[in-house]
Each structure stands twice: as structure tokens, then as C-alpha cells.
Design a protein around this ligand. Structure first.
Ligand code: SAH
Ligand code: SF4
Length: 380
């Protein structure tokens, strides 16, 4: 019989599991704290648990990390881990240190079914959903590895913010996502505030509503276009959930959200969506002058990370700045995402694709360097 992976549980789930072993909730709390706060995977070292429980757990359960198949540290402090998730698939997590915070970018799926034009993960296609344990294991590994490496004093966290901006569409893996989010938020787990956990979505409208009800954290929405005609081309999911419905869901989300704005991400594609007319149309869209509802928001402009199969180019710096100015002049707070980890190819989906595609070493060598998402979407 396969062992139960305790990383698959949020605290309520672990409590229910422990109840099945005849244990009270406080035992589950102790166990949860050993796993997530101390990073302990060996039951025999969980000294304040009754020996009988430790022995029982050792026969039926485990704390199952993901095998690390690559680790790359950038000169700027960015660290990227590549995890094996079986069948030739790998996913990645990226740590981005900044002065006042440490952000971990986490993956939710191996590949992605949405298939955005500009996304290397989307071009790889969809392999499978990650389990809750596989999502949580990325944070578990990164947090405890960093604490050891940085020799942090007991109780001090390395990771202060999590963004679900790695591979995959988190809201298409909803049932696995939510317990992982709860573990991030739990005071007995990672104790992150709702403002410091961000779900980024390409716009799965019904699931935005469910997240609002079940686990409202900070929300980032990948917009990329001001009109349905253009967004249909860039984000195929738009054909199912067009802009009017998406903005309605965003506005409604703000009822429960931990912050009073939605972050709109906008990937800057040369000549495609980066013209002054696009910026003006965006202003009209989010201010409710284009038929959709008004949504309090901030914009995060992402310089496109080019990859050959996309056939797209990154907008020039000047173009990005003048686009940003139009939004700012209309009173919309707008940031341009910083370039991080360029020397380690730290961008969504890229390294994972390399592992899956072991044969094309030549192609790999000639791939352009892609920079990593920094995290201006996360609250300090
Ligand atoms: N699936 C979710 C989260 C993962 S993608 C989403 O789409 O929001 C995280 C962010 O990276 C998204 O805003 C996405 O649009 C952006 N992104 C994807 N490919 C990119 C590329 N090649 N260059 C720049 N940003 C990219
Ligand atoms: Fe999937 Fe997000 Fe990439 Fe689109 S941008 S293909 S939704 S991971």
C-alpha cells in the first residue's frame, strides 16, 4: 500500500487523517509544525510526539519531497530549483530575494493547457496537474534549504511571499491548489498573510469566484490585451471567458480580497499589444468606459521573454516606458517588471522544457537567455 504523503494535507486535512489514527487535533498541530515550521521529515526526530504515533506514522506515511534535478544560483541572488515530477517532466520554483522580502515563484502544473501565444510553458503543452503535496513540496524544500544555507536564526523565515506564477494555470488545478494555499497561510504552517500570497491566472472566471469564497488571497490577472479580438489571439481562454466576464469577476473578487486592487499583468509584445492605442484602450477598459465594469487595479508590465517558437519580439524599453506613461497619466499605478536571474535562464517553463527535451541539446545551447519574473505584484 502506498504511503500517505503528509505534504498533501492542510491542517484540517491532517487533523482528519490523524483522527483516523485515533489522535486528537493537537497532535496534528504538533506534527504539522514539525513538518512545515521545522522542515523535519523524519518521524523519529519529532521528539514531542508519542513514540507509538511516531512508529505508526513511520509505517503508513511519509513527508515526501520532490527530487531536485537541478539548482541554479544567479549572481543576483536568484535561485532556481528544477524538480522531477516523473515521466520525464520537471517543474521549477524560483526564489527572488529583494531588500525587504524573499519571494518564491511556485508551479501548479507540469505544462499548461491554456496555450498562450507568448508562453514557453504553453508551447510545451499540458502534461498533468501537480498534487497538493507537489505544490507544497516546492515551498517546503526552498524554505528549509534557504534557512540552512543562510543560517537564519530559529523561527526566521527566508520566504515572505509566494506567487503562483511558475508553470501552469493554478485555477485549472483548483482542488490541489487550495489546500496548498491554506498551508502557506496557516499560522502553524508558513504563516504568510493573504496579501503576500498571490494567485496569478489567465482568467478562469468561475474559479476566480470560487477562490473568492474559499481562500481569498491576492489576485493577479494576466490581461495582455485591451480587446477581445486581440486577447482571443494571445490567450485562447478568452474565447471561453471574454473580457467583460473577466472584469466582472475581478470586481466581485475585490469584495473579499486582502487588497483593494487587482494586479493586471501585461506582457509587452513588440508591435502586437504595445502601441499607444492599446494603452488608451486599456485605460478605457478598466475605468468602465468600454462597456465593462470599472476595476480598481495596478498594472505590471512584463518585458516579453523571447523564445524561438513564439515568432514574437520583446518591446523596446522606450516603447514600454511610453506605454507605462499613458497608464500612469490616467492615474493607474504601473510598474515594469525587473529583470532578474538572466544568467541562469530563470523564466517560466524554460528549464523544465529542457529536461523533457533531452535530445535537443543544440537547440538548448542556442536558446536566448530569458529573465525571471521579479515580484512587484506582492505586497511588502
Ligand atoms: N498561468 C498563470 C500563471 C503562470 S504564468 C498566468 O498565466 O497568469 C505567470 C506570468 O508569466 C503570466 O503573467 C504570464 O503571462 C507571464 N508569461 C508567460 N510567458 C511569458 C514570456 N515568454 N514572457 C513574459 N512573460 C510571460
Ligand atoms: Fe499557461 Fe499562464 Fe503560460 Fe498562459 S501564460 S500558457 S496560462 S502558464
Amino acid at each position: 500500500m502506498e504511503r500517505v504523503n503528509l505534504l498533501d494535507f492542510d491542517l484540517d486535512g491532517l487533523t482528519a487523517y490523524c483522527a483516523g489514527l485515533g489522535e486528537k487535533r493537537f497532535r496534528a498541530v504538533q506534527l504539522f509544525r514539525w513538518i512545515h515550521q521545522k522542515g523535519e521529515a523524519r518521524f523519529d526526530l519529532m521528539s514531542d510526539l508519542a513514540r507509538g504515533l511516531r512508529e505508526k506514522l513511520a509505517t503508513v506515511a511519509d513527508v515526501r519531497p520532490l527530487p531536485v534535478v537541478g539548482e541554479h544560483a544567479s549572481a543576483d541572488g536568484t535561485i532556481k530549483w528544477l524538480f522531477d515530477v516523473g515521466h520525464g517532466n520537471a517543474v521549477e520554483a524560483v526564489f527572488i530575494p529583494e531588500d525587504d522580502r524573499g519571494t518564491l515563484c511556485v508551479s501548479s502544473q507540469a505544462g499548461c493547457a491554456v496555450g498562450c501565444r507568448f508562453c514557453s510553458t504553453g508551447h510545451q503543452g499540458f502534461s498533468r496537474n501537480l498534487s497538493t503535496g507537489e505544490i507544497t513540496a516546492q515551498l517546503w524544500h526552498a524554505e528549509h534549504q534557504l534557512r540552512r544555507r543562510l543560517a537564519l536564526p530559529a523561527g526566521q523565515r527566508a520566504i515572505t511571499n509566494v506567487v503562483m506564477m511558475g508553470m501552469g494555470e493554478p485555477l485549472q488545478n483548483y482542488s490541489a491548489l487550495v489546500p496548498a494555499l491554506r498551508t502557506m497561510l496557516d499560522d502553524h504552517g508558513y504563516g504568510l498573510s493573504r496579501r503576500r500570497v498571490t494567485v496569478s491566472t489567465s482568467g478562469v472566471v468561475p474559479m476566480i469566484e470560487r477562490l473568492r469564497q474559499d481562500c481569498p488571497v491576492a489576485l493577479a490577472v494576466s490581461l495582455h490585451a485591451p480587446t477581445d479580438a486581440l486577447r482571443d489571439q494571445l490567450v485562447p481562454l478568452n474565447r471561453k471567458y471574454p473580457l467583460g466576464e473577466l472584469l466582472q469577476a475581478c470586481q466581485h473578487y475585490l469584495d473579499q480580497a486582502p487588497r483593494d486592487f487587482i494586479t493586471f499583468e501585461y506582457c509587452m509584445l513588440d508591435g502586437v499589444n504595445d502601441q499607444a492605442e492599446h494603452a488608451q484602450a486599456l485605460v478605457a477598459l478598466v475605468s468602465g468606459r468600454a462597456g465593462a465594469v470599472r476595476v480598481p487595479c495596478k498594472f505590471n508590465l512584463i518585458p516579453f521573454n523571447p523564445f524561438p517558437a513564439s515568432g514574437l519580439r520583446r518591446s523596446s524599453k522606450e516603447q514600454v516606458m511610453s506605454f507605462a506613461r499613458i497608464l500612469q497619466d490616467a492615474g493607474i499605478v504601473t510598474t515594469v517588471r525587473k529583470t532578474r536571474g538572466e544568467d541562469i535562464d530563470a523564466a517560466c517553463g524554460q528549464l523544465a522544457g529542457e529536461v523533457q527535451d533531452r535530445t535537443s541539446v543544440q537547440a538548448r545551447m542556442t536558446r536566448p537567455v530569458i529573465r525571471i519574473a521579479s515580484s512587484p505584484t506582492s505586497a511588502p
